[in-house]
Design a protein around this ligand. Structure first.
Ligand SMILES: [Zn+2]
Length: 238
């Protein structure tokens, strides 16, 4: 709920019910004008304008917060959307949708989601929309896999994510040999090319750590790899 507004805010007034997207752009540069606030050209770093990550925008768990460039960095919230739904629309749900959109999932393709936390579960739900056939998911926490199964996501067992990827790849190959449709080439997973390190070496990197990718194998396997910061405004429905 808007409590007060600055002198230059024209689209909102106190009492308006609003959503605060996690990414906040300057609203003036070309990227922001196109809706890609996470790529704001005036930001000094990729995380400068993201709530909870930027020192300039402390986490938005407080009772109140100031929203810069509010005319664009706020979104009017329709009455039909509950507070609970609005909370996940600020970040998690658009991020999950963004991941699936970047993966360019086609009807009939199988999607493997690694990690079935809130964003992973919503990614699986996004992947299953519009008649898409099957979603598979894996997580080290058994309870998460069990809950995902209630949403129609096939749990993939494995001692770790890499084992799970190999398992679904093996089953998919078997499906293709049997005339079935296998794992699509656009799947949101860790690239399967053999790492450049010694055989058997495991790479469980955080995003900011380097992950070796064998470019030759990536080429012959036609691997596609997408990563990014979600511009929440861009992913929200108009
Ligand atoms: Zn900008």
């Amino acid at each position: 709920m808007v409590v007060d507004t600055g002198g230059q805010v024209t689209r909102f007034k106190p009492g308006d019910r609003v959503l605060v997207p996690a990414s906040a752009g300057c609203t003036l540069c070309r990227s922001c004008a196109a809706g890609f606030t996470a790529r704001c050209e005036r930001a000094k770093s990729s995380t400068e304008l993201c709530y909870g990550v930027s020192p300039q925008l402390p986490g938005s768990q407080a009772q109140a917060l100031a929203v810069p460039y509010a005319d664009v960095n706020l979104v009017h919230l329709p009455e039909g959307i509950s507070d609970e739904a609005a909370v996940v629309l600020t970040d998690n749900a658009p991020t999950a949708w963004y991941g699936c959109r970047r993966a360019r999932i086609q009807p009939g393709e199988t999607v493997l989601v690694i990690g079935l936390g809130p964003v992973g579960l919503m990614a699986a739900q996004s992947a299953l929309r519009d008649g898409r056939r099957a979603g598979a998911g894996t997580d080290l926490v058994a309870e998460r896999c069990a809950f995902a199964a209630t949403l129609g996501v096939e749990p993939v067992e494995g001692e770790d994510a890499r084992t799970a990827v190999r398992d679904i790849d093996r089953r998919t190959r078997a499906g293709r040999r049997g005339g079935g449709r296998g794992l699509g080439r656009h799947h949101r997973s860790r690239p399967q090319g053999r790492p450049a390190g010694r055989p058997g070496q495991r790479h469980r990197g955080q995003p900011q750590q380097g992950v070796p990718i064998h470019m030759g194998l990536a080429q012959v396997k036609e691997l596609e790899f997408a990563i990014g910061l979600c511009s929440i405004h861009y992913e929200l429905p108009p």
